[in-house]
Ligand binder design. Structure first.
Ligand code: ADP
Length: 205
């Protein structure tokens, strides 16, 4: 077995539903959801790292790669130490990473990508509407200002979308993100369940 963590990537622009689907997948035994945005938001806002995150995210910019990978690695180690992630039993569901070509290269030393779920955004206005709703519900500072949201789409187009070219086309499946959470989940499961079963034993058996 490879010493890299077997992983599924949830890929797509801001607001497309990666977090919603990641959480749903993460509730299934054998699937461990890890969202870099959530990790950053959980940082103490008064810590140096927390302040750095706020500075970048409130401008709609990415946190620098080196810092992001460091935070990601730390988090994975914590999950393993706490018994929440066992690479022999669990597939990692990565949401929000890699987000740049450099991150894809660095994280490639640590993960083995089994599949990329590309939630493709058909309509940027639908995404912006969703994010405004999310700003009201969750109070996310980076969702509240439309200029910051538009900047995040630009960053996605310029820095994140090229990451898809790092993976063989046979690994990438496009999924329509419009529909009920259950419908979108069903379409994702059709892709990932056979892949999970091929690579892992029943985690509850
Ligand atoms: P969304 O996908 O809706 O834009 P996230 O919750 O995934 O939101 O991320 C929020 C912010 O956290 C990003 O705008 C960025 O500043 C930072 N961030 C999250 N993941 C990464 C990453 N892999 N690299 C750099 N910055 C990141």
């Amino acid at each position: 077995m490879s010493d890299r963590y077997q992983s599924l990537l949830l890929f797509g622009p801001p607001g497309v539903g990666k977090g919603t689907q990641g959480k749903l997948l993460g509730s299934i035994p054998g699937f461990v959801h890890l969202a870099t945005g959530d990790i950053f938001r959980a940082l103490d806002k008064n810590s140096e790292l927390g302040q750095q995150f706020m500075a970048y995210s409130s401008r709609g910019e990415l946190v620098p790669d080196e810092l992001t990978i460091k935070v990601w690695r730390n988090h994975v180690e914590h999950l393993m130490n706490d018994g929440c992630f066992d690479p022999e039993r669990d597939v990692l569901v990565l949401d929000g990473i890699p987000r740049s070509l450099n991150q894809a290269k660095t994280i490639g030393e640590h993960i083995d990508v089994l599949a990329v779920i590309h939630l493709e955004c058909p309509d940027i206005n639908e995404m912006i509407t969703r994010m405004k709703r999310r700003a009201e519900q969750q109070g996310r500072h980076d969702d509240a200002d439309e200029n910051v949201v538009r900047k995040r789409f630009e960053v996605y187009k310029d820095e994140t979308a090229p990451v898809l070219s790092c993976y063989d086309a046979s690994l990438v499946t496009k999924i329509n993100p419009i529909g009920t959470p259950a419908e979108v989940l069903m379409n994702i499961l059709k892709v990932v369940v056979p892949i999970y079963s091929k690579n892992f034993a029943n985690p509850l058996a």
